[in-house]
Design a protein around this ligand. Structure first.
Ligand SMILES: CC(C)(COP(=O)(O)OP(=O)(O)OC[C@H]1O[C@@H](n2cnc3c(N)ncnc32)[C@H](O)[C@@H]1OP(=O)(O)O)[C@@H](O)C(=O)NCCC(=O)NCCS
Length: 275
C-alpha cells in the first residue's frame, strides 16, 4: 500500500462519528491509498488492520464504560484473529490505517491523531515507566502520534513521547525521544534526517562499517610490521620452507591471486554492498 496522502488531512468534526461512519471513511481511505485494494467488499472482508481497528472501536466503548474485562476480551479476540494488539484504553483518531498488521502492538495510554498510517510490526509501547508496575497505572506511559504520522514496518516508538504532525518514522527505527513535525526519522536510535523537506543530517553513522574499518586499519598496520620483520629475516628464510597454503595467504594479502584480487570482502562491505 502506498503512503497516506498527507496533503488531504481534515480536522475532526465536533460530533463524534458513529462506528459505521468510522468504517465507511476508513474503507474509503484504504481504497484511496492501496493499489492492491479492488473493492469495498474485498477491503471489508480481507483487511486485518481494518478488523482490528473496528474491534478496538467497540472495545473502547466498553473501556470508557469501565467494563474493563469485557473490553480486554474483545481486544484479545481481535488479537487472536488478526495478530494486532490494540489496548482498548488507547485513544485513536479517524481514518487510522494499519497495513498488513501482524505484530502491531498499541499500548493503553497511546494517543493517535487523525489520518495516521502504520505498517506491520510497529510497537507503540511503554518505556521504562512500565517497569514500575502498578505505581505507573493511570499515568501516561505510551507515545502520542499527531495527525498524518506514518510509521514504517517494525519501528519501535517507546515511552510517553510525542511524534508530531506529519512526521515519518522509517522501517526498523527505534524512537525514544520527541519527533518534531514534518520530519523523517531513521535509524537506531532514531535520528531526524529531514525536516520541512530539508535534509538536516548529511550522513548517518554506520557503526558496523566504522568498526570493520578500524579493524582493517589495525590489520594493515600489523601486516606492515610483519613485512618489515620478514624483510629483516629474508636472508634466513628459504622460500621452499613456506608451505603452499601459507604462500596462498601471502599472495592474497598482496593481491596477487588471479581470480579475486579485487574482491576484498571488507572493501566490498565498505563500498556499501548488502545495504
Ligand atoms: C519512512 C518513510 C515514510 C519516509 O518516506 P519519504 O519521506 O517519502 O522518504 P524516502 O522514502 O525517500 O526516505 C527518505 C530517506 O530515508 C532513508 N530511509 C528510508 N527508510 C529507511 C530505513 N528503514 N532505514 C534507513 N534509512 C531509511 C531513505 O534512504 C532516504 O534517504 P536519502 O534521502 O538519503 O535517499 C518511507 O520510507 C516509508 O514509508 N517507509 C515504510 C515503508 C514500509 O514499512 N514498507 C513496508 C511495506 S509492507
Amino acid at each position: 500500500m502506498s503512503k497516506t496522502d498527507t496533503s488531504t488531512f481534515e480536522s475532526a468534526p465536533t460530533a463524534a462519528p458513529t462506528w459505521f461512519e468510522h468504517l465507511d471513511e476508513t474503507v474509503d481511505t484504504i481504497l484511496k491509498n492501496d493499489p492492491a485494494a479492488r473493492s469495498r467488499l474485498e477491503v471489508i472482508l480481507c483487511y486485518p488492520g481494518l478488523h482490528a481497528v473496528m474491534a478496538y472501536r467497540i472495545a473502547n466503548v466498553f473501556y470508557k464504560a469501565k467494563s474493563y474485562t469485557l473490553a480486554r476480551l474483545i481486544s484479545q479476540w481481535a488479537r487472536t484473529m488478526t495478530g494486532i494488539e490494540i489496548h482498548p484504553g488507547a485513544t485513536i483518531g479517524r481514518r487510522f490505517i494499519i497495513d498488513h498488521g501482524m505484530g502491531v502492538v498499541i499500548g493503553e495510554t497511546t494517543e493517535i491523531g487523525n489520518d495516521c498510517f502504520i505498517y506491520q510490526g510497529v510497537t507503540l509501547g511503554a518505556g521504562a515507566e512500565a517497569r514500575q508496575g502498578e505505581q505507573s497505572r493511570n499515568t501516561k506511559r505510551h507515545p502520542t502520534l499527531g495527525n498524518g504520522v506514518v510509521v514504517g514496518s517494525g519501528a519501535e516508538i517507546q515511552g510517553a513521547i510525542t511524534v508530531s504532525d506529519n512526521a515519518r518514522v522509517a522501517s526498523g527505527s527505534i524512537v525514544l525521544k520527541d519527533v518534531p513535525p514534518n520530519s523523517t526519522v531513521v535509524g537506531m536510535p532514531g535520528r531526524v534526517i529531514y525536516r520541512d523537506g530539508q535534509r538536516i543530517n548529511e550522513k548517518l553513522p554506520d557503526i558496523e562499517a566504522e568498526a570493520i574499518k578500524s579493524l582493517k586499519n589495525r590489520i594493515e598496520v600489523l601486516e606492515t610490521l610483519l613485512r618489515q620483520l620478514q624483510g629483516e629475516n629474508e636472508t634466513n628464510l628459504a622460500s621452499d620452507s613456506i608451505k603452499p597454503q601459507e604462500q596462498d595467504k601471502l599472495d592474497w594479502l598482496d593481491g596477487n591471486t588471479e581470480s579475486d584480487s579485487k574482491e576484498d570482502p571488507v572493501e566490498v562491505f565498505l563500498q556499501g554492498a548488502g545495504i
